[in-house]
Design a protein around this ligand. Structure first.
Ligand code: UD1
Ligand code: MG
Length: 465
């Protein structure tokens, strides 16, 4: 958590564009980067500044964006009906902004932006008592960005968009990040003065720079330390590029916090994941959504964890798939195990290969080690479930519950036809079909066919001529 606080700062997030270049039914800012919509990354970052309020400008598919974001208390929705440009977009915020010193303008399509960079922009803007401050960068390839034009003394005079730039201006390596901090007192007079006579016939926010200078106001540029932070997503090639940069950042963060990650280039760890110290994540693992992995766990290779909860010292072996399930400490899972939503495993449970567990509680130390399906079941502690055991929980229309007590031993190839209860300490013989409740202790088994013996019988032989 940051301890930043800017009670006299208004943030404007520009997110009205369709993002034509994404070629998508989804508005651009709802596309996900490492499991989190771009707009959520940006909101998360600006909220960490604890500003007075946030104005979110939407237009294209605004209902979808609104439904996704919900209604944070300090957020005002501003509709820009026609996307007439970034300057026009900010102008729509005029009505909702009150009593702040500065307005921080960010774009909804730059998810790598860090709160430290934004705080530095606001702090330096204030320390120098500037009217308009633009955040700039020198990316490897400046193509597509607005170029920062300076005069002979090095002072910023204007920002020229790619499409409006002369060949000479296109050689400029310093570009605008699209992020500005502007004194509230001057911002809207400047915005009302901008026109749209340019290549795109849009009202460009960058045009406030020459207008401010003309009005005798001060303009400054602050350079970003890491130009990767301002990479904007305009198409799906950019999306993959930004995801790669963010993945590297997240993995390095976990490594610094004490997690070992083998072959990090093959691992996906989404933005909402948490991992404890001394845990080892092996090659090819996917940690998705809200997954939590405790301390000293070992996961993989090639395990998939989706919204999973692992307590400490859990071992998840290769090719296991855990989705919406929780696993107690010191448990052993897999290889090739599948835990489905609402599977809840206590401490020291062992789930082995080709076992599927769905919506079931498995008590402490119980073992289901081979080729079984356990669904809609409540199982006590210290049970041993033999290979090929199936809880028959479904009649084609309804689901039924199987209840298994403590210290139960279930022989291989048993079917438990739910609803059915197995009391404590029971033993069930191999190959049983259990349709009625099983009493405590003793041996229960369904009737078996008599075993026969044919002494002189010969197995067919292959003709070897
Ligand atoms: C913009 C800047 C450019 C800067 C670059 C950084 C302008 C004119 N250009 O270019 O100087 O280098 O960002 O990434 O400002 N939007 C609206 N309403 C509109 C138009 C855009 O809300 O009418 C929003 C978009 O949804 C997007 C953001 O503003 O989130 C930027 O728009 P985009 O079209 O991506 O501008 P760029 O061409 O990237
Ligand atoms: Mg853009």
């Amino acid at each position: 958590m940051s301890n930043l606080h800017y009670p006299d700062l208004q943030v404007c997030v520009l997110a009205a564009g369709k993002g034509k270049r994404m070629r998508s039914n989804l508005p651009k800012v709802l596309h996900k980067v490492l499991g989190r919509a771009m707009i959520d990354h940006v909101l998360h970052t600006v909220e960490a500044l604890r500003p007075k309020a946030i104005a979110m400008v939407t237009g294209h598919a605004s209902e979808m964006v609104r439904a996704h974001v919900g209604q944070p208390v300090n957020l005002d929705w501003v509709i820009q009906d026609k996307q007439l440009g970034t300057g026009h977009a900010v102008k729509q915020c005029e009505k909702v902004i009150r009593d702040v010193r500065d307005v921080l303008i960010v774009c909804g399509d730059t998810p790598l932006l860090s709160v430290e960079t934004l705080a530095r922009l606001v702090d330096e803007h204030r320390a120098a008592n500037t009217d308009v401050t633009v955040l700039t960068a020198k990316p490897e390839n400046p193509f597509g960005y607005g170029r920062i034009v300076r005069d002979g003394n090095g002072n910023v005079t204007s920002i020229v968009e790619q499409k409006d730039a002369t060949d000479e201006q296109r050689l400029i390596g310093e570009v605008s990040s699209g992020i500005y901090c502007v004194r509230h007192e001057v911002l809207f007079d400047l915005l009302h003065a901008i026109g749209n006579s340019n290549a795109q016939e849009e009202y460009y926010l960058p045009d406030i720079v020459p207008l401010a200078l003309h009005a005798g106001q001060s303009v400054a540029a602050i350079a970003m330390n890491d130009s990767d932070e301002m990479v904007g997503v305009n198409d799906r090639v950019d999306l993959a590029h930004v995801e790669g940069l963010m993945q590297k950042r997240i993995i390095e963060e976990w490594q610094r916090r004490g997690v070992t990650i083998e072959k990090p280039d093959t691992v996906r760890i989404e933005a909402g994941v948490k991992i404890g110290i001394d845990t080892v994540i092996q090659a090819g693992c996917y940690l998705i959504g809200t997954t939590h992995v405790g301390d000293e766990c070992r996961v993989g290779p090639n395990a998939v964890l989706v919204n999973a909860w692992l307590d400490d010292r859990v071992n998840v072996f290769a090719f296991s798939h855990i989705h919406g399930a929780s696993v107690g400490s010191d448990a052993i899972i897999g290889p090739y195990a599948r835990l489905r939503p609402e599977a809840q495993l206590d401490e020291e449970v062992h789930i082995g290969n080709f076992v599927e567990i769905k919506k079931s509680v498995i008590g402490r130390g119980s073992k289901v080690n081979h080729l079984s399906y356990i669904g809609d079941t409540v199982m006590g502690s210290a049970c041993n479930v033999g290979a090929g055991t199936i809880t028959c929980n479904y009649d084609g229309a309804n689901k039924f519950v199987t209840e298994i007590g403590n210290n139960v031993f279930i022989g291989s190839d048993t079917q438990l036809v739910a609803p059915v209860k197995v009391a404590d300490d029971a033993t069930i013989g191999a190959g049983s079909t259990i349709t009625r409740n099983v009493a405590a202790g003793g041996l229960t088994l369904s009737e078996r066919n008599a075993q026969k013996y044919a002494a002189g019988w010969k197995r067919p032989q292959k003709d070897r001529n």
